[in-house]
Design a protein around this ligand. Structure first.
Ligand code: NAD
Length: 304
């Protein structure tokens, strides 16, 4: 096990729930929480420490940006969250400035560190982190559409009345409104989803829309989404720590588009080991290009 020390920058809802998810996974790790709001960070540490006795393996403490710089895995979850009815891309200007400050503060970053970007808009900020950190691109990536993919599989599982673990389907592209399901490659227990008798275009459109809207619905009800993403990020850490080579859709750099967006990637101890070339039909290729163009335009926009 190469990676044992995990720093989480941003001890808000997402950061602290990620620490909790890591603790409950019982991975042998030291978790360091860092937040500009020191009092909140202390409160989260004290609260989390009450759960330590159920997690024999973890240690948790607060730290500085410099402590984070020496961690093996650096999770960035600091910054403004999505407001009800607002899109993730609307956070771009504020969060780019917060993340650039953080990336400056954690220099020099340990050369073998892996950075996981979670703050939104995650695809834009992953590209920033790759550029500012100076680390190889395979060591800097975002949670991307991992969460959206879990949502898609959860919705499909319910509709088909089949265990989620038997469903293999991906949301790809932007972690945002231009995301799309790669239906042509979706399988249920090795059977192409498109072969199922109940599946028609209307059915697929409805599931895609439900998946895309789920974050808006949660934010409308309670102001934040944190359990799902925390479970996703803890799973990513586990894949890195135990070199599991798990295939997950993650936000990574796609040279042909010159942006970061989600494609299925193999995740192991070196970070992204390989981006898998998933065959897409013509419509899906257009949707992928649309996602990439949207991100390219956003990067060029006035408030970027
Ligand atoms: N990628 C995903 O799938 C996903 C899912 C959910 C939320 N998010 C994103 O995660 C981010 C955090 O969301 P949240 O609900 O935890 O928000 P939150 O408001 O609960 O927490 C954000 C924390 O960041 C801290 N912070 C701000 N500037 C900082 C700095 N310079 N250094 C250190 N800490 C700083 C704040 O003090 C606060 O504690 C948001 O951008 C949100 O959109 C991403």
């Amino acid at each position: 096990m190469k990676h044992k020390k995990i720093a989480i920058l941003g001890a808000g809802a997402v950061g602290s729930t990620t620490a909790y998810a890591l603790m409950l996974k019982n991975i042998i790790t030291e978790v360091i929480l860092v937040d500009i709001d020191e009092k909140r960070c202390l409160g989260e540490i004290l609260d989390l420490s009450d759960a330590l006795s159920f997690s024999g393996a973890s240690k948790i403490r607060s730290g500085t940006a410099q402590d984070a710089a020496q961690a093996d895995i650096i999770i960035i979850a600091a910054g403004m969250r999505q407001m009800p009815g607002k899109t993730r891309i609307e956070l771009m200007s504020t969060n780019r400035s917060i993340i650039s400050t953080i990336l400056e503060q954690i220099k020099p970053i340990s050369l073998h560190a892996i950075i996981i970007m979670v703050t939104n808009p995650v695809d834009i900020l992953t590209l920033d982190a790759q550029q500012f950190s100076g680390l190889p691109r395979n060591q800097v990536f975002g949670s991307g559409t991992f969460l959206d993919t879990q949502r898609l599989c959860g919705i499909l599982a319910k509709k088909l009345n089949i265990a989620e673990q038997s469903i293999d389907a991906y949301i790809l592209g932007e972690h945002g409104d231009t995301q799309f399901p790669a239906w042509s490659n979706a399988h249920v227990a090795n059977i192409p989803l498109l072969n199922f008798p109940s599946v028609n275009q209307e059915y697929l459109n409805q599931i895609a829309e439900e998946t895309r809207k789920k974050a808006y619905e949660i934010i409308d009800c309670k102001g934040t989404t944190h359990y799902g993403i925390a479970a996703c990020v803890a799973t990513m850490c586990q894949a890195i720590i135990f070199n599991q080579k798990l295939v997950i859709p993650l936000s990574c750099y796609i040279p042909s588009f010159e942006v970061c967006l989600s494609m299925p990637a193999i995740l192991g101890e070196n970070g992204i080991e390989q981006i898998l070339p998933i065959p897409l039909n013509e419509k899906e290729q257009q949707q992928l290009a649309h996602s990439a163009e949207f991100l390219q335009r956003s990067l060029l926009s006035k408030n970027s």
